[in-house]
Design a protein around this ligand. Structure first.
Ligand code: AMP
Length: 287
């Protein structure tokens, strides 16, 4: 029997090593897929886009402490490096960049990237450190890896908006690619944080996608009042005991400004705390 030929993923932790490796890739195109690890099919779909589009792909895994405020779930954020490497090898990823915190934020680190406006809405309201932390780490990764392409998921709609805005405003030479939100067969949006849910909490978490589907149906039937749709989403989610709604936003998908009526392309975005996890979900309705 011939042994299965598997691509070995090179794992590097230092900035010097990753720069040396990516320097050798300069003849072709390089894609970057930033993640916080505990990889699932939402990540794998992004990575496959990069593998398809680019000659070389670097995946990064870094649980970025600067995007968590105190009291959030940094300490219980799941990780499984060995399992992640296995997944990356099975799909043929060249390189995993896996830096530690001191490598990314050495003593004396003082810089933050702040994107204004769109960060005042949705998750930015209740997670004040989130987008400063996200923009800063993404710009750092762009500068370290220097990809021509980078891949992000629409599960984190606002994060994508922040990264696209930063890339445009700072004339960063990276093309940002969007990938669709990937769900479990029962509708739950895939997230590393789902692993922190108990069986009972996971069932309650289905109320997020259920409420979004219900809104889509209501809009099809001609109900376009955001107030009414929001009320309806709220009643579906709070019917599950112990769910805590952070926000229900019915807004413009680009400016993220709230809309009173669902007219034209509209984003419905939710954040709900269930047990130890704060879950987000979203959908687009209209043309
Ligand atoms: P994370 O590891 O959660 O920080 O996510 C890393 C990247 O994967 C981000 O661009 C996310 O938007 C994307 N991602 C995470 N979950 C999903 C999902 N269910 N569907 C699509 N993209 C996702």
């Amino acid at each position: 029997m011939t042994a299965e030929l598997k691509q070995k993923t090179v794992v590097v932790s230092t900035i010097e090593e990753i720069k040396k490796i990516t320097e050798a890739f300069r003849g072709g195109t390089l894609g970057l897929v930033p993640t916080m690890g505990y990889l699932h099919n939402g990540h794998i779909n992004l990575i496959k886009q990069s593998l398809k589009k680019c000659d070389h792909t670097v995946v990064s895994i870094f649980i970025n402490p600067r995007q968590f405020s105190s009291g959030e779930d940094l300490d219980i954020y799941p990780s499984n490096l060995a399992g992640d490497i296995e997944k990356l090898e099975s799909i043929g990823v060249d390189v995993l960049f896996y830096p530690n915190r001191d490598t990314i934020y050495p003593e004396g680190f003082k810089t933050n990237i702040q994107v204004d406006g769109i960060t005042q809405h949705l998750c930015g309201k209740s997670r004040p450190e989130l987008f400063k932390g996200v923009a800063t780490i993404v710009l750092k990764l762009f500068n370290i890896v220097r990809p021509q392409h980078a891949f992000f998921g629409e599960k984190d709609w606002q994060q994508l908006a922040v990264i696209e805005t930063m890339t445009r405003d700072l004339n960063i030479d990276v093309k940002i690619h969007r990938a669709p939100l990937i769900r479990e067969p029962d509708g739950l949006a895939m997230s590393s944080r789902n692993s922190n849910l108990s069986t009972g909490e996971r069932k309650k978490a289905l109320s997020l996608s259920r409420s979004l589907n219900d809104s889509k149906e209501k809009v099809k039937k001609g109900i376009t009042s955001s107030k009414q749709l929001r009320q309806n989403i709220k009643s579906i989610i709070t019917a599950e005991s112990g769910t805590q709604i952070d926000y229900i936003s019915i807004c413009d998908p680009i400016s993220l400004e709230e809309k009173e009526e669902v007219k034209g392309r509209t984003l419905i975005a939710l954040a709900v705390k269930i047990g130890p996890a704060r879950l987000i979900d979203n959908c687009i309705i209209g043309d």
